[in-house]
Design a protein around this ligand. Structure first.
Ligand code: ADP
Ligand code: AMP
Length: 214
């Protein structure tokens, strides 16, 4: 069992690689962003609480996301967890360490996906996802084979994210640099950090991650 974090700015390719790792290694993706978006879609009290914050591109509170992760970790994962978009602050990183210790497991690797900011605007503004199975696509780099239809599940419910615009990306990037990028040093100091070139094509990034994990 291997537990890993995929660390990188919005659009780095974390979700894309997490889905591949689920398929190839039987790992389980835990994306706090997806959990929060699901709460918004269902119109729950949590969804109503976080909707405005997420639309502005700011981070929701540590307590909310730590609670979501703690609940999901109770289901267990044979192949291990892929933490995607969590932790995003030092407090969340400490909490994750405690949760793993409490469940008798460890964090095995933190994979930093390195990309430059100029590429992120293209990645984010071209992104769309399948509302049914969560598959991730891109207008230019990874379009569906049949326009309007998901390659994986055949659904025609393809969606763009409300926060995937150049303006909100500025806030999301600022949040990343101020609050999340310190985690690179934190995990380096713990001897867990490995960096991969997130600008390479999707298959090459997958191979690089595989060689880090094996
Ligand atoms: P994140 O989860 O880090 O926000 P995503 O996995 O959703 O990022 O990827 C953002 C966008 O970039 C998506 O449209 C995806 O199809 C595209 N993408 C992901 N990885 C690559 C890559 N290596 N090369 C080109 N485009 C990519
Ligand atoms: P993501 O799908 O990872 O890009 O996340 C979308 C949005 O959800 C972010 O811009 C934040 O508003 C919120 N979010 C997701 N994960 C976290 C987290 N770990 N901490 C705080 N806010 C988060």
């Amino acid at each position: 069992m291997t537990n890993i974090i995929l660390l990188g700015p919005p659009g780095a390719g974390k979700g894309t690689q997490a889905k591949r790792l689920e398929e190839s290694r039987g790992m389980v993706q835990l994306s706090t962003g997806d959990m929060l978006k699901e709460a918004i879609a269902k119109g729950t009290a949590l969804g109503k609480q976080v909707e405005g914050i997420m639309a502005r591109g700011e981070l929701v509170t540590d307590e909310i996301v730590i609670g979501l992760i703690e609940a999901k970790m109770q289901d267990g994962a044979k192949g291990g967890f892929i933490f995607d978009g969590f932790p995003r602050t030092l407090k969340q990183a400490d909490a994750l360490g405690e949760l793993l210790t409490r469940t008798g497991s460890t964090l095995d690797r933190v994979v930093e996906m390195q990309v430059d900011d100029a590429a992120l605007v293209d990645r984010i503004t071209g992104r769309y996802t399948c509302g049914n199975c969560g598959a991730v696509y891109h207008d230019k780099t990874h379009p569906t084979k049949v326009a309007g239809t998901c390659d994986v599940c055949g659904s025609t419910n393809l969606k763009r994210r409300a926060d995937d615009n150049a303006e909100t990306l500025k806030t999301r990037l600022m949040e990343y640099y101020k609050k999340t990028s310190p985690l690179i040093g934190y995990y380096y100091a713990k001897g867990l950090l490995a960096s991969v070139d997130g600008l390479a094509d999707v298959d090459s990034v997958s191979s690089e991650i595989s060689s880090v994990l094996d």
